[in-house]
Design a protein around this ligand. Structure first.
Ligand code: FAD
Length: 326
């Protein structure tokens, strides 16, 4: 059997691993202490927050088929918030969704945790280099270990990290180097009292804030806690990407207070996370990139669009291609 190393345990990498696990010997390496990547959930007992991806839509038939058993089992549930458009000094406008939006239960990370079951997964292991010796690939970890040999290496990490890790002969592929990804800050807060407004999700215009969701309104969450996830506009985030998180938090709280005329000065819990790569205004425009001579592959949302469905499709289509070409 072929030996394949997969770098990154977000939904794209886990999809590749699951689809090739009977076809090759798979080992996955993930730098964080858990799986899910940008579909993670932050736990700060007794609170929990989906601080990355918020929910997802399902349009492609392959994604629908893949999700069907999880919808059936209740691992994925529809979230139907009252959604509004907010702008300072203007009344809230209804912007309810016309299509279904899903969330994993009890937290956003639950789908990736399920996908990681029964896989050979090594956490807390950042791969900083790959090297070819006698026709096989070896991975170099940040802790200075060499792991291998592998016949193939597949990355499922953001575009810039892919460019840093893989040889130029692979990444000079123009579509990869032209990809643009933008950041985002997530401010997570909990308040003692129930929120006084009637909506559970809001898009925000003309503000550093682009989105907020009452996290505790999602199905299966620890519903007794009044938790809010507030995410900054990607362009604004990019301009403030090196700003200290406490300063970001103050700006967001000031903006929230003005927007909602509500006193956020005494949250029960508050923290801020910076996402370096959140959205992809310019994608690679292909589903994935494979080089059969080098025996290297790359997938991830950024090939198609900064969305969970796109990340799945990128990994799925790369795996199908490897299967069909032996
Ligand atoms: C704030 C935010 C909000 C979002 N909102 C939505 C939304 O509402 N709906 C939606 O559909 N999508 C949303 N997205 C996008 C969605 O989260 C992504 O499209 C999807 O999760 C990407 O999956 P992936 O597998 O391609 O990458 P990732 O999830 O980024 O997975 C890559 C993994 O690789 C690991 N890694 C990176 N480098 C290395 C290395 N050198 N060695 C080992 N491991 C490494 C990372 O730790 C990570 O776990 C949002 C994203 C963010 C950040």
């Amino acid at each position: 059997m072929k030996r394949i190393a997969i770098i990154g345990a977000g939904i794209s990498g886990l999809t590749v691993a699951n689809q090739l696990k009977h076809h090759a010997t798979i080992q996955i390496f993930e730098k964080s202490r858990g799986v899910s990547g940008r579909m993670s959930t932050r736990y700060a007992d007794p609170f929990q927050f989906d601080h990355g991806a918020q929910d997802f839509t399902v349009r492609d038939p392959d994604f629908k088929d893949f999700l069907a058993p999880y919808i059936e089992s209740g691992l994925l549930q529809e979230w139907q918030p009252k959604r509004v458009l907010l702008e300072q000094g203007k009344p809230a406008l209804d912007r309810s969704w016309s299509d279904s939006h899903y969330v994993p239960v009890p937290g956003m990370n639950a789908l990736c945790i399920k996908l990681a079951e029964d896989l050979d997964l090594t956490l807390n292991t950042e791969i900083i280099n790959i090297e070819q010796k006698s026709g096989a690939w070896f991975l170099e970890t940040k802790a200075n270990n060499s792991i291998g040999p592998f016949d193939w290496v597949i990355t499922s990490i953001p575009a810039l990290q892919t460019i840093k890790l893989l040889p130029a002969s692979f990444t000079s592929h123009s579509a990869i180097k032209d990809v643009v990804m933008l950041g985002c800050h997530s401010v997570m807060l909990a308040m003692e009292d129930p929120f006084p407004w009637s909506w559970q999700a809001a898009i925000v215009k003309n503000s550093p804030i682009a989105w907020m969701a009452v996290n505790s309104s999602k199905p299966g969450r620890r519903a007794k806690q009044n938790t809010l996830v507030v995410q900054t506009d990607n362009q604004w985030a990019e301009a403030h990407i090196e700003t200290d998180p406490t300063e970001i938090q103050s700006i967001v709280i000031k903006e929230l207070t003005a927007l909602l005329s509500y006193d956020f000065s005494k949250p029960t819990y508050i923290t801020t996370h910076r996402w370096r790569y959140a959205d992809t205004p310019q994608s690679a425009g292909a589903d994935y990139h494979l080089d059969h001579t080098l025996k290297l592959g790359a997938c991830g949302d950024w090939f198609i669009k900064g969305r969970i469905e796109a990340a799945f499709l990128s990994g799925h289509r790369l795996a199908q291609k490897i299967k069909s070409t032996g």
